[in-house]
Write a new protein. Structure first.
Lengths: 238, 247
């Protein structure tokens, strides 16, 4: 009984949701620190630094393991979320004529599925724009040797040019901004909710967890969103 | 007060129901919501029509029988009260009030506003008890020391009257608040701790079997609960279940 309880029960789905979600929060922090290098003034050094970092992130064995855990977490989080949403819809086959959930719960907490779908679509687009180019040879003809003597692909120029593009640069920046807004709302519920699902709830710490969650939900997506706009409006054109 | 009522009418479990509009007049603001429903039913009976079926028993807010979804919220717009303790002073003259049964797959409609909540009974039966030897030498319960905090927390959990407002309010029709309160009231006490693992596994299993939805921590249940049962109970059950399932 105990074994199936940890795999099939409604609570098990929640544990996995919480566990993968909180792990992905950690991933966001790591990813953000890497991305912040894009704010450096345009120079050969900034280009080399970012490209060496990108090479490290795609080749280092430890990072590789972490990245596979991240891919699995994203897929699992999405599938689990979809299953939960389908099951939850079935739990109330006939709805109310008059239902006022806004009187007792927050919008983001009731729309995690929609927010998650927007985020998943963003991840697919985002990965096809940069990750796939790096991974599947799109950048092979940009290979060059940095000042440190490392042979790297030029992901830096692709990234900067995408957001500085005269025709689509601003549109991409706005699209990224919208996606970050969705992540912000998703996190505003998800962060604290993850702790609750794992049973971490105590009057002494609830306020701290909730406030940390809100701060995380505002600061992390905001910092991510600043980058494409900064590249478009402020950074020197390349 | 004169009011327009839009009420869900459904002849029986199989019939297809629909919203029907009624007018009631001269309703006193001192009446309880159910007394207002009584006025409506007297009118209907006088006209030779079928009165509206709704659940009620003690009308003191302690039995958990009454269960109406009023203007989109279980037990109506007031907080910390059951339908029977909701007073008409919470409404204004000329208001339109929408009255529906609690909606969930696990709460099928029997007639009009009456739903079958025996799914809650089955969850309780699955493990919501303690085994006591009653062979004649039963130990006095007071001989087991219980700290005040645990006794209080257990008591708060036990104040759940099983009305089903948590399920009705939840967008997922989840029964986590009810089940967690019924798990907690025992697991917090030494008498209940002995069977805590078996209890939480069995009660959650039964809850899933009944077709309730999954908890997504929206917190709607806690806000709408007439007894103020806390989400802390759900977290406690999450903890207890995790502990029990890895053993």
């Amino acid at each position: 009984m105990a074994k199936s309880a940890l795999l099939k029960s409604s609570l098990a789905k929640k544990y996995w949701m919480a566990f993968t979600g909180l792990f992905l929060c950690l991933f966001l922090v790591g990813h953000l620190f890497g991305n912040l290098q894009l704010l450096l003034p345009v120079s050969e050094m900034a280009k080399d630094q970012f490209n060496e970092y990108a090479l490290f992130m795609t080749t280092n064995p430890a990072v590789k393991v972490l990245s596979y855990v991240t891919y699995i977490s994203i897929i699992f989080h999405a599938i689990d979320g979809l299953l939960l949403t389908i099951h939850n819809r079935k739990a109330r086959p006939q709805g109310y004529v008059n239902f006022k959930p806004s009187t007792n719960s927050k919008w983001s907490s009731r729309n995690m599925g929609i927010l998650g779908t927007v985020i998943l679509a963003f991840i697919v687009i985002h990965m096809s724009m940069f990750w796939a180019e790096m991974k599947f040879g799109g950048l092979d003809d940009t290979l060059y040797t940095t000042a440190n003597g490392e042979e790297v692909k030029d992901l830096y120029t692709l990234t900067i040019k995408t957001f500085q593009d005269a025709q689509y640069g601003l549109l991409w920046a706005i699209a990224y901004g919208v996606a970050m807004l969705a992540i912000g709302f998703h996190l505003s519920h998800g962060f604290a909710s993850g702790f609750q699902s794992l049973g971490v709830n105590h009057p002494k710490y609830n306020g701290f967890i909730r406030k940390t969650g809100y701060a995380f939900a505002v600061l992390v997506p905001l910092a991510f969103a600043v980058i494409p706009f900064y590249i478009h409006f402020v950074l020197e054109k390349i | 007060m004169n009011l327009t009522l839009k009420i869900w009418r459904q002849k029986n479990a199989e019939a297809k129901g629909k919203m029907t509009t009624y007018q009631v007049s001269d309703i006193s603001t001192d009446m309880s919501f159910l007394e207002m429903m009584d006025v409506l039913n007297e009118q209907l009976i006088a006209k030779g029509e079928e009165p509206v079926a709704f659940d009620h028993d003690c009308r003191e807010g302690i039995c958990g029988s009454c269960n109406l979804q009023i203007n989109g919220e279980p037990h109506g717009p007031d907080r910390g009260v059951t339908t029977c303790q909701l007073h008409m002073r919470k409404f204004k003259d000329g208001d339109t009030i929408v009255i529906e049964p609690f909606r969930a797959k696990a709460f099928p409609v029997i007639k009009d506003l009456v739903v079958d909540r025996t799914s809650f009974d089955r969850i309780q039966q699955a493990g919501g008890y303690i085994s006591v030897n009653t062979s004649g030498n039963t130990q006095d319960a007071n001989s087991i020391p219980v700290d005040k905090e645990s006794a209080d927390m257990s008591f708060y959990a036990a104040t759940c009257i099983g009305c089903g407002a948590c399920v009705a309010a939840c967008k997922n029709a989840s029964a986590m608040l009810f089940t967690s309160a019924k798990v907690s009231q025992f697991s917090l006490l030494p008498q209940g701790e002995v069977e805590a693992d078996r209890r939480v596994l069995a009660m959650v299993e039964q809850m899933d079997k009944e077709g309730f939805g999954n908890c997504t921590n929206t917190g709607a249940c806690e806000i709408e609960c007439p007894k103020g049962i806390s989400l802390e109970n759900i977290a406690r059950m999450n903890r207890d279940y995790l502990k029990a399932s890895v053993k």
